[in-house]
Design a protein around this ligand. Structure first.
Ligand SMILES: [Zn+2]
Length: 432
């Protein structure tokens, strides 16, 4: 339906207000406007209200179908992805996930194993319409020596199709070994990566955070934390990160993931934390599918009674940048998933109530994570910008979010791509 080359004009398509900055059009109560969009030389040459005359190319009438910019997935773990068949989570708990993954990493994560699973993940993400991915890389010794070179090679292979970023991942106690952490930060900087740690309530948290910020400032790195992935109300490391950012005068971007415990804390505590997060300019990403899976799982005889996600509405209300992302895929932290950001958005709509009104929530899978990842122009559709978009069947939110949209059309640089999901059987030999 979409030409594979040349210039063309898509007429009668629906674009969303939150993802088309400055577009002069009439938007309905769902936030959609009917427009015509011209594409030439891999770029969007014009967007105008539907029905206005336009000269360039052949017109293709899409009968009101929704078109969204390609997705940006700012929090994944493609180094862990797809190990489930050989290392499942024995009981679905967070500790079960941590222990199973650690054992698998020690035993199995050779460069080839990591590279092949990463490539599999990226092929899925690309086919689903994602254009940029940030992954965390387990960086506890000796894995950092294996996974960072693999990441650099994979990023190079995928250049032009997926912008791949990486952040190191280690428990905050790992920072206590100053010499080793300094070497890691240098390695991360050498790979143009992001400095990341997992924070929880250790007695010397503030001191360790200061070391993390000192390394980031010294090397000009952005920061990416996993914080408070627990229901423990005493877990306030999000607040500690905000305070550390303020007293260190940090000027880079900071993304904080999870922040589950915040949803369990009393309002006064929550408001104090959110004020500091807003003041420090932190961005927060929620991982709704993973949180739903791992949080409030006590034993086999109980039903979960909370959703596990953090307070995105209250954050957005305060002007804090908020995103949602995939997190884990088919590994002990999450048994399912395929790096499909439409699935993430669909699940977020249900779990986090991204509706009534939808408002500008679509930014959470597009322009907001693009800003956090410093990807200029990604996550929006505008004249002069790249023609990287997804054409869906749905003509409204209720149509778009009710079906998997497996037959969506993904357009990159103006051309419809071959959407081939990799076959699971490809990984069989790594799973024995
Ligand atoms: Zn994560």
């Amino acid at each position: 339906m979409i030409p594979t080359s040349g210039s063309y004009r898509l007429t009668n398509i629906r674009l969303h207000r939150s993802l088309t900055p400055g577009l002069a059009a009439t938007f309905n109560s769902d936030g959609f406007a009917l427009v015509d969009m011209s594409v030439a030389d891999g770029k969007i040459s014009s967007i105008s209200a539907h029905g206005k005359p336009n000269v360039a190319g052949d017109a293709i009438d899409l009968a009101g179908r929704i078109v969204l910019p390609c997705f940006v997935d700012c929090h994944t773990h493609i180094d862990k992805g797809h190990i489930w068949p050989r290392k499942p989570n024995p009981d679905g708990t967070f500790m079960g996930a941590l222990n199973a993954t650690g054992a698998d990493r020690t035993a199995r994560w050779s460069a080839e194993d990591v590279a092949r699973r990463m490539d599999f993940s990226l092929r899925s993400a690309y086919a689903h319409g994602t254009r940029a991915v940030r992954t965390h890389l387990d960086s506890v010794p000796p894995q950092e020596e294996i996974s960072w070179p693999v990441f650099e090679a994979v990023r190079e292979r995928w250049r032009g199709r997926i912008d791949l970023q990486a952040a190191c991942l280690l428990g905050i106690e790992g920072v206590r070994d100053k010499a080793w952490f300094e070497r890691l930060a240098k390695r991360v900087a050498g790979a143009k990566g992001v400095l990341g740690v997992v924070t929880y309530m250790v007695p010397d948290l503030e001191e360790l955070l200061d070391q993390v910020f000192a390394q980031a400032i010294k090397r000009g790195l952005d920061l990416d934390f996993h914080a408070d992935e627990t229901d423990d109300v005493a877990a306030i490391s999000l607040k500690k990160i905000a305070e550390a950012s303020l007293w260190n005068g940090f000027e880079g971007n900071i993304l904080v993931g999870h922040c589950c415990s915040l949803a369990r804390q009393p309002d006064l505590e929550v408001f104090d934390t959110l004020d500091k997060v807003a003041k420090a300019g932190l961005a927060v990403v929620s991982l709704p599918m993973c949180n739903l899976y791992l949080q409030d799982r006590r034993n086999n005889n109980t039903t979960p009674r909370w959703r596990g996600v953090t307070l995105l509405h209250e954050m957005k209300e305060r002007g804090i940048k908020v995103a949602v992302a995939s997190d884990n895929t088919r590994d002990p932290f999450y048994a399912y998933g395929d790096l499909d950001m439409l699935e993430v958005y669909r699940m977020a709509t249900r779990i986090l109530h991204f509706d009534h009104p939808v408002g500008d929530w679509p930014k959470a899978v597009a322009v907001t994570p693009a800003e956090v990842m410093r990807l200029d122009g990604a996550g929006t559709l505008a004249a002069g910008g790249g023609a990287d978009f997804i054409v869906f069947k749905g003509r409204s939110w209720t149509e778009l979010l009710s079906r998997p949209e497996s037959d969506r059309i993904v357009v990159r640089d103006g051309r419809a791509i071959e959407r081939q999901l990799p076959d699971y059987a490809e990984l069989d030999e790594l799973m024995v």
